[in-house]
Structure formats: C-alpha cells, structure tokens
Write a protein that binds this ligand. Structure first.
Ligand SMILES: CC(C)(COP(=O)(O)OP(=O)(O)OC[C@H]1O[C@@H](n2cnc3c(N)ncnc32)[C@H](O)[C@@H]1OP(=O)(O)O)[C@@H](O)C(=O)NCCC(=O)NCCS
Length: 228
C-alpha cells in the first residue's frame, strides 16, 4: 500500500494529538503519514513529530504545485466556530485538490452502516455503534460514545468520555462536554454547549449552555453564527 500524506492545519496541542494518532495508525498498517503542519500564527520549524511548513499561502502553493494530486488536510482547532472559520479560509484558497481527510485511531471502533464525514477525527477509545452519521470536521475525542442512529452534524465536538445514547441528534457546531450524557431521542441545538458531566434529558435549543443533572439552561449566546 503506498503512503498518503496529510497536513495538520493548526500547530497546537490538538495537533500533537492528531500527530500521535497518525503514528499509532501507521504502526497498525495505515498508509496515512503526516506531511507537516500549517499554521497562520507560528513560524516554520520543528513541531510534534514533524515541522511547521508555513502558512495558508504555503499550503496553497503546495496544492497548486500539482493540481492533479489530492492533498489531504485535517484541522486541529478545538473551538467549533474557529474551526468552521478556518475551513472557510481553506476553501477560499481555491484549490480543488485540497481536500479534508479523516484520521481514525486504530483503537477506535466503528460498527455497521455508519457514515463519517471528511475532516473528522476519531480518537483512541471512541466508539460508534451502528447506523450513525458523523458530519464533516467533527472531533470525536477519546472514549466518546455514539450509539445507534445518532446524527452528529458538521463542526460538532464530542469531548472525552461523553455518551450519546440512541437516536440523539447533535446539531451543527454543538459542544458536548467531557463526561456528559445525552439520553436517547434528544436533540442538542446548533452551537449549544453541554457542560462537563451534564445529563441531558430534554431537547436543548440552539445557542444555549446547559449544565448539571438534569441539565438546565444557564445562559444564551447572543453571537450565534448563522447556518451556511
Ligand atoms: C460549561 C462550561 C463551558 C462553562 O464555562 P464558563 O461559562 O466559563 O463557566 P465558569 O467556569 O465561569 O463557571 C460558572 C459556574 O458554573 C460552575 N460550573 C462550571 N462548569 C460546570 C460543570 N461542568 N458542571 C457544574 N457546574 C459547573 C462553576 O463552578 C461556576 O460556579 P459558581 O458561579 O458557583 O462559582 C465549562 O464549565 C465546561 O464544562 N467546560 C468543559 C471544558 C473541557 O474540559 N473541555 C475538554 C477539552 S478536551
């Protein structure tokens, strides 16, 4: 199997995590190899197991050098809105061969009939059971669990140890905090935040933060981004 390069966009600690997932995956036979980091705010130089190659312009030049060859990238930014903004900037570079790739740690588990969108990462210990759909640029962090028929929309962030029971819907950009549980058939609205350790029994509207068990709304967010 020939090796395939992938660029991590964002040289921060989440980038280091993705870097280590790629090394683990390579040890288990994955052809995916880290081709380097791109960062708008850090100077080129060593980072993680690789190097910061440059900024978005560097990435544009890399993609433009051989337009017939796909160049994969994955974003490494935990903040959901910042991640969406970053993807918008990458798409605006105008390089059709610059495409989001999926990183799947070898100790993640994906059951039958699931869909995983481009640009999404599955961390160690994450589990998707069956007939679930994960959108694009989703972060599924360590030991996050997604049960049957869940839908997780683009730019959502499932933090370590959270649990989505059956048929849960997590709308675009929603943030499910570490260790939180969302019971079956519940919807968490777009860009909402479920606090660490919360237990959600009823639908959460868009743009609010809920906390506790049972989870209650503690604040609304005025600066909700519009749906594209
Ligand atoms: C929900 C959350 C985003 C709220 O953040 P915030 O708005 O900055 O809230 P604050 O930290 O100012 O806390 C406000 C109050 O809520 C309490 N609180 C904060 N998080 C809480 C939680 N998860 N459960 C219960 N109470 C919580 C605080 O103790 C504080 O109480 P006080 O007013 O009596 O002192 C945050 O607490 C949270 O859960 N973040 C998870 C971050 C994380 O670990 N991410 C994982 C990355 S891998």
């Amino acid at each position: 199997m020939s090796e395939t390069g992938i660029i991590i966009v964002g040289a921060g600690k989440h980038g280091w995590e993705l870097d280590s997932y790629l090394l683990d995956a390579a040890r288990e036979g994955s052809p995916l190899r880290l081709a380097g980091y791109i960062d708008e705010h850090k100077a080129p130089g060593p980072w993680g197991s690789s190097r910061i190659l440059g900024n978005f312009e560097t990435l544009r030049q890399m993609a433009a050098a051989d337009p017939s060859k796909p160049l994969q990238y994955i974003t490494a930014v935990g903040d959901n809105r910042a991640r969406r903004e970053m993807v918008g900037k990458l798409e605006a570079l105008g390089c059709p061969n610059l495409v989001p790739g999926i990183i799947r740690h070898p100790f993640s588990s994906v059951g039958l009939k699931n869909e995983i969108g481009e640009g999404t990462c599955l961390a160690p210990g994450s589990i998707i059971s069956t007939e679930a759909r994960l959108g694009r640029h989703v972060i599924m962090n360590m030991r996050a669990l997604v049960s049957h028929e869940c839908v997780v929309e683009d730019y959502a962030n499932l933090n370590p140890g959270c649990i989505l029971c059956g048929n849960v819907r997590v709308e675009e950009g929603a943030y499910i905090g570490p260790g939180a549980t969302v019971i079956r058939n519940v919807t968490v609205g777009a860009w909402s935040v479920v606090a660490a350790g919360a237990t959600v029994f009823t639908n959460v509207p868009p743009g609010v933060t809920v906390m506790g068990a049972p989870a209650r709304k503690i604040m609304s967010r005025e600066d909700l981004p519009s749906r594209p």
